[in-house]
Design a protein around this ligand. Structure first.
Ligand code: TRP
Length: 332
């Protein structure tokens, strides 16, 4: 007998091409989770416009992100992969939940504080209520578990609090979601400053690898990766640069640190950096090929988007109806 599987929901903003760090730390995990959970994955385009976007560019990025998810191995048949704006219920639930979220708790969100400091000319209401929309994304699907990075943990905590508050007033309407923290997450650092997270928005293009970078670019960036003045490939505290490269090498080849140390015993950093670059390029090559194939077939992508949107709508319909009834709307 098949047990009912737990539900996973996660989202990613389409504003940047994912980095190797996003892939190894999060997206490759989304693919694996499909084996054990019912997964719903959302391209969070509504979230993206809290920061000003160039419309044509955003639209392109939505297609790119969606195709990339599939190219990486998210199966649109087995899971629900959809674009947030294609299911109108996110915005609808978000409004209701915003009436159950306090100004004070949103004011404490560190991402709001950071982003408003970064864009003092555009501190819009959407930037402020962004965590409510994220709570709606999660609660609409009655998700049990939400894989999130450390930067989103505070938002998930808010979603839990809002769910608990709502349930206390109206009965058990929402599943209270837990964060899903995988046992082995690869935390990939910048190639230029290994004390910082690898980020696509880094000004230095050599600091991050995009999952769509070509082979030569990948190898060149790894050759330039910042390391210390030692030359032995050994994992040791404080050697952030080489540790980061060893983590990356381990994540893409499956080798342990020990195995890597043995493999490069007596060899220098130069040789190791080249090997890491080649291993990363090999790992990304099939994804890039599949991505190229998919992005040449816009009809197919749109077909998947439509089916994903329909599945998403259906699976969240009941929750929204229930919420509307509970708060006293005349549901007809
Ligand atoms: N806010 C998340 C981010 O910027 C993306 C996101 C949107 C999300 N909706 C979500 C993540 C729901 C988890 C669950 O990374």
């Amino acid at each position: 007998m098949e047990e009912t599987r737990k539900k996973i929901l996660s989202g990613i903003q389409p504003t940047n091409t994912p980095t190797l760090g996003n892939y190894l730390g999060a997206l490759s995990n989304w693919v694996k989770l499909q084996e054990d959970y019912d997964c719903t994955y959302c391209i969070a385009d509504l979230h993206s416009i809290t920061v000003r976007q160039e419309p044509a560019q955003l639209r392109k990025q939505v297609y790119e992100s969606y195709a990339l998810l599939i190219a990486m191995g998210v199966d649109p048949q087995r899971s629900v992969a959809f674009v947030q704006s294609h299911n109108c219920q996110h915005a609808e639930l978000s409004w209701v939940l915003s009436c159950f979220t306090q100004f004070g708790e949103l004011s404490r969100m560190t991402q709001f504080k950071d982003k408003s400091a970064k864009h003092p000319e555009n501190i819009n209401a959407g930037l402020f209520t962004y965590p409510v929309l994220m709570a709606a994304d999660i609660l609409l699907y009655q998700a049990d578990l939400v894989p999130v990075g450390i930067d989103q943990k505070q938002h998930l905590e808010l979603a839990r609090n809002v769910a608990i508050r709502f349930n206390n007033i109206y009965g058990d309407v929402f599943v209270v979601p837990d964060a899903y923290i995988p046992k082995t997450t690869a935390k990939i650092a910048s190639l230029q400053d290994p004390t910082k997270k690898m980020s696509k928005s880094d000004e230095n293009p050599n600091a991050s690898i995009s999952v769509l970078d070509d082979r030569d670019t990948i190898i060149r960036k790894f050759k330039r990766a910042v390391t210390d003045s030692d030359s032995r490939v050994v994992y040791a505290p404080g050697k952030d640069g080489i540790n980061n490269l060893m983590s990356i090498y381990g994540a893409v080849t499956g080798r342990t640190y020990e195995e890597t140390e043995k493999e490069f015993d007596g060899k220098g950093y130069g040789e190791f950096k080249l090997a890491v670059g080649e291993a990363v390029a090999d790992k990304l090559a099939p994804i890039q090929e599949e991505y190229a194939r998919l992005s040449a077939d816009k009809k197919y992508i749109e077909q998947c988007m439509r089916e994903g949107a329909e599945k998403a709508y259906k699976s969240s319909r009941r929750t929204l109806q229930k919420v509307y009834k509970k708060v006293g709307f005349a549901v007809i």
